[in-house]
Design a protein around this ligand. Sequence first.
Ligand SMILES: [Zn+2]
Length: 150
Amino acid sequence: MKQTVYLEDRGQDFLEWDIEDGVVVGCRPFQAWSWKGTKVHNESIQPGDILSITPPVTGVLTTLNYPVERVITQLGRAQLSTYHGAMGQSQRGVDCVCGGLSIFYSWSWAGNGKARCWHCGAWISWPDLEVRQDLRKGSARLVEEAVSST
Ligand SMILES: [Zn+2]
């Protein structure tokens, strides 16, 4: 699983971490040399969480002082389905990784190039169909509600 974690800005030199299978693989905008390879021990990461980490520089288990503000999780790739609606080409059926089918009009993607799955609330981008869950502080409950209503 691949996640991008945005940390609360308290004046530190790094604000974003890419975490893959529990290891930091990217760090922005600075200090990648210091944090790449850091082990992240949290089983799941939510906005508001404090990360429990072992940086390679010290090899010592510690906690990061900057709370998580936002988490983007790559869930995989959706598939275009064979849905043919009454309005033909202006609609596309998309099978999300959650198993739910959403019907999007072409203008659903307009502007920011992404539309929200009707079932799990994840964002599906066009045209690559990457499915991402985007949790920000204060929005976590909203997404949970969308999931439980399916
Ligand atoms: Zn979905």
